[in-house]
Design a protein around this ligand. Structure first.
Ligand code: GTP
Ligand code: MG
Length: 200
């Protein structure tokens, strides 16, 4: 898919205030600092579209981007940032799960996982909950430029093995780098495929 246009539409804390649910939607979620906003910029080819930061906790609201006037890409705040007070954490959980459960046009959630580290409990708990609630998702392993291929593969295998303890079917996964743009085509091809199925 060629990206002809990528527009920031709005930031909101409530699912009822999101843009009209009339187009296919995909959301990026994952731990704080895993690279969600960077990946939005890499995928759209617009370096400053989504705000990124080396300090965790940059994205705080539900951010909608309109791509090719055809589908929405959504940047969500990250979970698991240790320094966040409990009240903030509760707010995140309420906002995010309300969005994930109630957004009617949300076709897939992409859960971003840092390829550099072994499986983290918080990521496994998050994908388990998605599975339990029947929310369709794929995995994206981020920051591939920062790890040796073999080590990255080992972490991916370990994550999938940990998931396999509970789930019979494992989600499809992608490997990306926002620095080198690897994985861009694969993610866009999938979105394009789902968009055409949604249209038919
Ligand atoms: P929050 O909004 O705080 O939840 O974070 P986020 O998941 O949106 O992360 P963000 O995109 O802001 O990136 C966090 C940091 O990781 C920034 O310093 C990015 O430059 C860096 N980063 C993100 N993706 C990559 C990548 O693929 N490769 C490398 N080398 N750095 C990356
Ligand atoms: Mg962000």
């Amino acid at each position: 898919m060629k990206i002809k246009e990528a527009l920031f539409l709005k930031s909101t804390a409530e699912v009822s205030h999101c843009p009209p649910p009339t187009k296919p939607e995909y959301a990026f979620i994952g731990r704080s600092n895993v690279g969600k906003s960077s990946l939005i910029n890499m995928i759209t080819g617009e370096k400053k579209l989504a705000k990124t930061s080396s300090t965790p906790g940059k994205t705080q609201l539900i951010n909608h981007f309109l791509i090719n006037n055809e589908w929405y890409l959504v940047d969500l705040p990250g979970y698991g940032f240790a320094k966040v007070p409990l009240s903030e954490k509760a707010k995140w959980e309420k906002m995010t799960w309300e969005y994930l459960r109630n957004r009617p046009n949300l076709l897939y959630v992409f859960v971003l996982i840092d390829i550099r580290i072994p499986p983290q409990k918080i990521d496994l708990a998050f994908v388990d909950q998605l599975g339990e609630e029947g929310i369709p998702f794929k995995l994206i392993f981020t920051k591939a430029d920062k790890v040796k291929k073999l080590e990255g593969q080992r972490n991916i295998d370990a994550f999938r093995m940990a998931m396999a303890e509970k789930w019979a079917i494992l989600p499809e996964f992608f490997i990306t780098s926002s620095d080198t743009a690897i994985g861009r085509k694969e993610v866009l091809d999938l979105i394009s495929e789902i968009n055409s199925v949604a249209k038919s």
